[in-house]
Design a protein around this ligand. Structure first.
Ligand SMILES: Cc1ncc(COP(=O)(O)O)c(C=O)c1O
Length: 381
């Protein structure tokens, strides 16, 4: 009977009439790039986050790259980060010739463990790159203490965590560190492709706006350049989607939190504590800290056949993804000497993580369907 149900989406953006209206407004205006919609998106986003300024760029990866440059990190430098992340967190360092130095994660929040990070700091270390993985806020107060003690910079990769609240009750990305967000179609809010960088001050914002625009200061002619730059511009068409999404960001976040609560409720019986097959659920919030729900990841019990589970779910129209790998084992990073067994917590979590279908449109029936198929697949395996 389950086979007759339509397949579920692994992720799905929420696009409504206001997104359509604003995109059309831009298309009809003739100002498709570097126009007023881009400025409006930056203003609205900064206001929502509670920061002075925000600089929109073409992707989260572009935001990270400009962030690395803004902090002055370069050849010979080392930056400490978690290996349990999306590869762009490390690639942005490689672009600048910086060595990514990995340290293990804490087994509950799955973010960089502050003690492990501090132990990885060397003479060459210039910064920390905390990532809020799966929307779980990293321990910024601890990283800020380490950074102050060791004179390090901080670049926050909050690409998965727009809307999360940290352990001091502050919105992730609003602490005054350079912080980055991403708006790919599976994110809490989307612009299709896009990113945002929160500058540390007005001087940095000016450089970021120049570097995203081929190294042109704001008052310079199109063919005038006074620094190395990139084409990391976000178009006004894209920014229009962003304006509409920020206007209902609280609602989008609430919709995802509602879907997550359904999962927590329906999957609870599958945990070891409830006498179930032994899956592990995302860590519970410790107020005032609050996760922003980006994906819904579970960890399968040690020894479970994850590929078999993915196949069994797929046969019932339920997409699921092994998510995330530990990136220190990718060939372009093993060249730094990283090897299997080096970060046991990250590697164990990476081997057992499974992302289930997740978006704000999931209803109780969808979640019941996933929960019973997951339970059955694990019981059979
Ligand atoms: C942790 C993390 N950092 C960076 C990025 C890069 O963002 P983008 O895909 O917009 O370049 C992503 C994207 O998923 C991410 O998850």
């Amino acid at each position: 009977m389950a086979e007759e149900l339509p397949p579920l989406d692994l992720a799905r953006p929420e696009i409504g009439p206001e997104e359509e209206r604003l995109v059309l407004e831009v298309l009809r205006s003739g100002r498709l790039s570097l126009g007023p919609m881009l400025e409006r998106f930056e203003r609205d986003f900064a206001a929502w986050l509670g920061v002075e300024d925000a600089v929109a760029v073409s992707s989260g990866t572009a935001a990270l790259h400009l962030g690395v440059r803004a902090l002055g990190w370069g050849h010979g430098d080392e930056v400490v980060l978690s290996p349990f992340t999306f590869v762009a967190s490390a690639n942005c360092l490689l672009y600048a010739g910086v060595k990514p130095v990995f340290a293990d994660i804490d087994p509950v929040g799955l973010n960089l463990d502050p003690a492990a990070a501090e132990a990885a700091v060397s003479e060459a270390t210039v910064g920390l790159l905390p990532i809020d993985i799966f929307g779980q806020p990293a321990d910024l107060p601890a990283f800020e203490r380490i950074a102050a003690k060791r004179s390090l910079g901080i670049l926050q990769d909050s690409c998965q965590a727009l809307g999360a609240i940290d352990s001091e009750g502050r919105k992730v990305g609003s602490r005054g560190n350079v912080a980055t967000f991403a708006f790919y179609a599976n994110k809490q809010m989307t612009t299709g492709e896009g990113g945002m960088i929160i500058p540390a001050d007005a001087a940095m914002a000016e450089v970021l706006r120049s570097e995203r625009n081929q190294g042109r200061a704001i008052d310079m002619d199109w063919l005038d350049h006074d620094r190395v730059g990139f084409n990391y511009r976000m178009s006004d068409v894209t920014a229009a989607i962003g304006v509409a999404q920020v206007a209902r960001l609280d609602e989008l976040l609430a919709g995802r939190a509602r879907a997550a609560r359904l999962y927590l409720d329906r999957l609870g019986p599958l945990t070891a504590a409830a006498g179930g097959v032994g899956i592990e659920l995302p860590a519970a919030d410790e107020p005032p800290a609050r996760r922003s729900w980006f994906v819904f990841p579970v960890r399968l019990p040690e020894g479970a056949d994850r590929d078999g589970v993915i196949r069994a779910l797929g046969e019932q129209g339920i997409p699921a993804k092994a998510y995330l790998p530990s990136i220190h084992l990718f060939p372009h990073l093993t060249g730094f000497g990283y090897r299997e067994g080096q970060f046991p917590v990250a590697e164990s979590v990476a081997a057992r993580s499974l992302a289930l279908p997740f978006h704000a449109g999931l209803d109780e029936g969808d979640v019941d369907r996933v929960a019973s198929a997951l339970g059955a697949a694990l019981a059979a395996g």
